[in-house]
Write a protein that binds this ligand. Structure first.
Ligand code: SF4
Length: 263
């Protein structure tokens, strides 16, 4: 096994800025084979990635974390992606239902500490549990979403799941996204036309005013809008370059180099 750190990816990230999302998806499939999946919350940018996967013909499964308190519109969007795009969407669930969790812990999402615990149990943990089946996950973060995502790299390491995170849409701004959706008639979660700029659990997501930041509708009851669920490694605050452990041969393939360790 070998360590792969965020610092190791600096040069590759720089080179990948010149690649299109479709080229990055192709690289992901070629590099990770059966051990790559996309993750999607069925928001607009996530269904764009689903469409790109469908168009590429790459057999990349999509993981959808159903926290048990998703909007009906989101579940219906997932079903449309399965039926109309023919993608292999795997739905992951937390260990406890929301009712069981509330009975055990109370209503967690009402406080900042509780929100972290709830998001970890209902979003991060289901993904962490399948982490050993994968070496890489494809996300759909975009820098134009601002906040911590304003500097999101294309490649990052996720210590929670010991995987590489690939965000092929990092450089896609709103105009690019809307143009792609229009041109390809992409399936879009209907909540977006009801004022939802981002979409999560029904307990913690509201529409936003045009004058508000895009993420103002997430955990609005907790105050500042810059709150994240922690499922995306680049939304966390590492104090040093995080690193993961992968087979040496895979690390060499990712970095496009040969390592010759004689001792
Ligand atoms: S978004 Fe809210 S309900 Fe959903 S997992 Fe996080 S805290 Fe819990």
């Amino acid at each position: 096994m070998a360590r792969l750190s965020q610092a190791d990816l600096v040069d590759l990230n720089h080179k990948f800025e010149q690649r299109t999302p479709q080229e990055l998806l192709q690289w992901a499939k070629q590099t990770f084979g059966e051990r790559v999946a996309s993750i999607s919350a069925m928001q607009k940018s996530g269904t764009v990635v689903c469409h790109m996967i469908k168009s590429s013909g790459a057999a990349i499964p999509t993981l959808f974390v159903d926290t048990g308190v998703m909007f009906q519109e989101t579940l219906e969007t997932r079903d449309r992606i399965i039926n109309e795009y023919g993608l292999n969407v795997i739905t992951l669930h937390p260990e406890l239902t929301m009712e069981e969790q509330t009975e055990k812990e109370g209503i967690l999402y009402l406080t900042s500490e509780g929100q972290e615990q709830c998001c970890h149990a209902r979003k991060v943990e289901p993904l962490r549990k399948v982490g050993d089946q994968y070496d890489a996950f494809i996300g759909s973060l975009r820098r134009s979403d601002g906040g911590k995502r304003g500097v999101c790299p294309i490649l990052s390491v996720d210590v929670e799941t010991n995987t590489v995170r690939i965000n092929p849409l990092a450089e896609f701004d709103d105009d690019h996204l809307e143009a792609y959706i229009k041109e390809n008639d992409v399936i879009v979660n209907p909540l977006h036309s009801q004022g939802f700029t981002t979409i999560g659990c029904n307990r913690c997501t509201t529409p936003v005013l045009p004058s508000e930041p895009k993420r103002a509708g997430r955990w609005r009851h907790l105050g500042p809008w810059s709150v994240y669920c922690g499922i995306n490694p680049t939304d966390r605050d590492p104090t040093h370059s995080p690193s993961i452990e992968l087979p040496q041969e895979l690390v060499d393939r990712i970095l496009g180099r040969m390592t010759d360790y004689m001792i």
